[in-house]
Write a protein that binds this ligand. Structure first.
Ligand SMILES: [Zn+2]
Length: 116
C-alpha cells in the first residue's frame, strides 16, 4: 500500500529538513534544497511512502518503480527519472518553468498553471 507522506512545506519546514544530517544534526540527509528552493514549497510536489500489510515502512526498492509506472501521466515528473539525485518517492507537477521563476510567482501570489 502506498500513501502520500509529505506534501507542501513552508520555507521554515524545508530549512529544518535541510539541516537534518548536517551541522551535527541526527538523521540521514534527505534533501539538497533549502527553504524556497524545493518544489515542495510551492504546492506542486509530494512524496509517497510504501508500506507492508502490517504497517512496516519500505524506504526504497522495486515497489517504488512499480508505483511510478502505474500512476504516471504527462503532467507529472518522477524523481526516479532524475540523474543527479534519484528520488524515487518524489513526484511533482510539470510546469515548464525554472524553480527561480516558480519561486518568483509563488512569492508574489501569482497563479501557477500546468503546461497545456
Ligand atoms: Zn519530494
Amino acid at each position: 500500500m502506498s500513501s502520500i507522506i509529505s506534501g507542501s512545506r513552508t520555507y521554515a519546514q524545508q530549512n529544518k529538513l535541510f539541516r537534518q544530517g548536517r551541522y551535527g544534526n541526527p538523521g540521514p540527509i534527505v534533501t539538497y534544497a533549502r527553504g524556497g528552493r524545493s518544489n515542495h514549497n510551492f504546492g506542486i510536489a509530494w512524496d509517497i511512502g510504501i508500506f507492508t500489510e502490517t504497517g512496516g515502512y519500505i524506504t526504497h526498492g522495486i515497489l517504488y518503480d512499480q508505483a511510478a509506472k502505474a500512476g504516471m501521466s504527462e503532467e507529472i515528473e518522477w524523481g526516479g527519472d532524475w540523474s543527479r539525485f534519484v528520488d524515487k518517492p518524489h513526484y511533482q507537477l510539470k510546469l515548464g518553468i525554472t524553480l527561480a521563476m516558480l519561486r518568483e510567482k509563488f512569492e508574489h501570489g501569482e497563479e501557477l498553471t500546468l503546461l497545456a
